[in-house]
Structure formats: C-alpha cells, structure tokens
Ligand binder design. Structure first.
Ligand code: ATP
Ligand code: MG
Ligand code: FE
Length: 352
C-alpha cells in the first residue's frame, strides 16, 4: 500500500509518500516540506489567513516533488491521508480539500488523521523505531500530554497541561525576551550561553502528585523578572533568564515523565512534538532514563516539528493495524479542536 499524506494544520505544508507493503514498519519513500516561518515572522506569530493561502500555493508543487523524488506517479497511490485536526480551520481545509479531491479523482480511499497521532508515531520514521507499549511525552506548540500507548489507536492520556503547552511556554517567554518567532529554538540557543541557576523560577505542579502540567505561571514569572531588570536588559541577564526558563520547563517535563514511567511500569519512553528537539530535554531524559534501564526514542530532529511524513506514517500504521478509518464518500470535515484519547480517535475519526 502506498499512502500519500498531507499536513496543513498550521504553518508547515508537508507532503509525503509512505509504503506499508510488507509486515515491518512502513517505509518513508519521500517527503517535502515548506515552512512558512519566514512569512509569519514579521507578525510575531502565525496569521491564519496567510497560512491558508500559502498552503494553497505550496501543496501541489510539493506533491509533484514528492512523487518525482520517489519515482512514482499518482497512479501508484493507494490511499490519500490528510491532517483532519486539531489546528487552524482554514489551513486544515486546504489539506482536506486537496486530499479528498485527489482521492475522488483517483477513485481511492481517503483517511483523516489526528495531527497528534502523527507526532506520536513520528519516531517510527527513525532508524531505531520503538516497540509498543510505551509512555509518550507529547510536547508541541499547542499540546503537552503524557500518554500510555499500547498499540496503534490505543492512546490513554495519563496527564496533560491545564493551561499553556510547553512549546507555548518557550514561545511566550522568548517573546518577552524580545526573541524572534518561533521562540523555542531561539530561547534554547540563547540559553546555551546563560546560567540556569541565575533566576529562581517556579516549577508549577512539580509536586502535585499527578501527571498534569501548568506553564502559565512560569510565563508570568518570566515577565515579572524581566520587568525587575528594567527597560533595557543586558545580554548576560537575557541569556541567564533564558537558561533559567528552559531549566524550569525541562525539569518539570523530566520529573513528570519519570513519574509516568514509574506509575505504568513501562520501560520505554517516546518523545514527540517540536519541544522534543530541545537539546537540554534530550540530554536530561537520556541521562535519567539510562540510569533506570529505560529506552528513550525520539523522532529525527527535522521531523520533530510538523511534517507530512508523520501523517502518511500514522495513516499507514493505522491501515496496517486494521484500524478502520477509510472514507470513500469524499465528504469531509475538519476538527480544529480534537483531543487524542482512545474514544476520540476510535469513534469521532471513523468517517464513512
Ligand atoms: P500542535 O502539534 O500542538 O498542534 P505545533 O504543530 O505548532 O502544535 P510543533 O510543530 O510540534 O507544534 O512544535 C512547535 C513548537 O516546538 C513551538 O512551540 C517551538 O517553539 C517548539 N520548539 C521547536 N524547537 C524547539 C527547541 N529546540 N527547544 C524548545 N522548543 C522548541
Ligand atoms: Mg510550525
Ligand atoms: Fe504539531
């Protein structure tokens, strides 16, 4: 089975071809990505209308590129997959519209994929894919969740953020420090030159006893600290504040992940989503997990943030696992808000 997958939930247009023939992990044949970061940078964040229009501009050339790179044509495609949600409605509609039109023209089934399932399964695109079952730490721009993943389609939320996501904490703190969008990588880069112990910042819900997170207080603490430093913050203070912020976020993610592993008794951790690209988080998780005999799996660095490969992969893995989700009626909708839980994926995503 050859799956053509589209991602357009936010500010990345991604297209990919994955081959799920055979019994092993589906194989990525090719993928192409256009990031809109440069376009949105002037506005300090994603402008939804501009995002939708740019997806329209990019999606077909990227599709042609992906087919050419894999030496295939549209006739080789067996299933068309797209991100059905969550994300920006207008942006999602571009991917959904293109995917369903193509599928209808080809007379092939179409599958709406949950964006977070794509992130979750993205480590299966790496050279060293995980085995089920595992604990997943999903840390993206809009979500922060710990999950127990027993198999494809079985996602139990163990804990999640009650307010901001980890990526949002990175982005908002970075903005307060005057760093460009997207703030996460910029803050991490600056933090490398700073002292993480310089400022005392809160570790929200660290000792709450459950697996939930809260990051909005941290952003307020960064604001308070930066105000105390005055109108012009020295480069050293800025780097120290960045390092202290990163340390606070990473410590909470680390401790809660270890707690989830302890609670479930599972010996495998999968980290997914954009914040999974963070070097300090990787170093600390690796060190703590190796001490405990726990294997940690990550997506390849360039597949941590949004891409089409993870969507085609999730669709291919669902098909392989026999999770029924194909649609041949070509009527489609998108789910701008959509939680990834057992019932949500099993029921709401089942379109016929
Ligand atoms: P969601 O998947 O929840 O809908 P999203 O698609 O916007 O949100 P991703 O593409 O997974 O999120 O990740 C983007 C987030 O990752 C941004 O918040 C960005 O700042 C953060 N990020 C990317 N690289 C790093 C890094 N090296 N360190 C910290 N954060 C990072
Ligand atoms: Mg993005
Ligand atoms: Fe994402």
């Amino acid at each position: 089975m050859i799956v053509l997958g589209f991602e357009s939930s936010c500010d990345e247009t991604g297209v990919a071809l994955v081959d799920s023939s055979g019994a092993g992990v589906p194989r990525l044949l090719s993928h192409a990505l256009h990031s809109q970061i440069a376009m949105h940078q002037a506005y300090g964040g994603v402008v939804p209308e501009l995002a939708s229009r740019d997806h329209i501009r990019r999606v077909l050339p990227l599709t042609e590129q992906v087919l050419a790179d894999a030496g295939r044509t549209l006739k080789d495609v067996d299933v068309v997959a797209f991100t059905r949600g969550p994300g920006l409605a207008g942006a999602l509609l571009v991917g959904a519209g293109v995917a369903c039109s193509l599928a209808a023209a080809l007379g092939k089934p179409v599958m709406g994929v949950h964006h977070l399932e794509g992130h979750l399964l993205s480590p299966f695109l790496s050279q060293d894919p995980p085995e089920f079952a595992f604990v997943a730490l999903l840390v993206s721009g809009g979500h922060t969740q710990l999950m127990q993943v027993d198999r494809v389609g079985s996602y139990e939320v163990l804990g999640e953020t009650i307010d901001d996501a980890a990526g949002e904490a990175f982005d908002k703190s970075a903005k307060l420090l005057g760093l460009p969008y997207p703030g996460g990588p910029a803050l991490a880069k600056l933090a490398a030159q700073g002292n993480p112990l310089a400022f005392k910042l809160p570790r929200p819900l660290l000792h709450s006893g459950d697996l939930d997170f809260s990051f909005s207080g941290l952003k307020t603490a960064v604001l308070t600290q930066s105000k105390k430093l005055g109108a012009v913050i020295s480069e050293k203070d800025k780097a120290d504040l960045a390092a202290s912020t990163q340390a606070a976020i990473v410590e909470v993610l680390l401790k809660k992940s270890l707690k989830a592993l302890e609670q479930t008794g599972l010996k495998r951790l999968v980290v997914a989503g954009g914040v999974g690209a963070n070097t300090l988080l990787r170093e600390q998780l690796n060190a703590a997990c190796s001490k405990r005999g726990i294997r940690v799996h990550y997506p390849e660095l360039h597949l941590c943030t949004d891409n089409g490969a993870m969507i085609a992969m999730a669709a291919a893995m669902r098909l392989q696992a026999g999770v029924e989700m194909v649609n041949t009626a070509y009527s489609f909708d998108v789910m701008p808000r959509w939680s990834l839980g057992k019932s949500a994926v099993g029921v709401a995503a089942k379109v016929t």
